[in-house]
Design a binder for this molecule. Structure first.
Ligand code: MG
Length: 121
């Protein structure tokens, strides 16, 4: 069965690039433009993997992941940050929240495919 990837990012361009990279490989891509909408979509759909930005309006990526990890039904979904942020402090915060990885924008299509295949199957 096709795996479903949820891409949470306020950048339309990034969401489009993620979709363009993963859809041809058979993945179903759901999009959300902020953490709040992302949480809502994660709760209403069966999601196999979540890519999340850090800086977003309404609800940022850290708040979003914190909430995901506090919900039993969602806490096991692999999460990777996809962000322009690269400071050790922010990465450490990500690790504390229990995320599976940290990718820096702009991303290489091959690297994204590799991490998605590894974590979403
Ligand atoms: Mg952003």
């Amino acid at each position: 069965m096709a795996k479903t990837i949820l891409c949470i990012d306020d950048s339309t361009t990034i969401r489009m690039l993620v979709k363009k990279t993963l859809e041809p490989l058979g993945y179903t891509i759901l999009e959300a433009e902020n953490g709040q909408i992302g949480l809502d979509k994660a709760g209403k759909n069966s999601v196999d993997f979540i890519l999340v930005d850090v800086n977003m309006p309404v609800m940022n990526g850290f708040e979003c992941v914190k909430s995901l990890k506090s919900q039993t039904a969602l806490s096991k979904i692999p999460v990777v940050f996809l962000t322009t942020e690269s400071s050790d402090e922010k990465k450490a915060l990500g690790r504390q929240l229990g995320v599976n990885g940290w990718m820096i924008k702009p991303f290489e299509a091959d690297a994204l495919v590799k991490i998605v295949r590894m974590l979403a199957g």
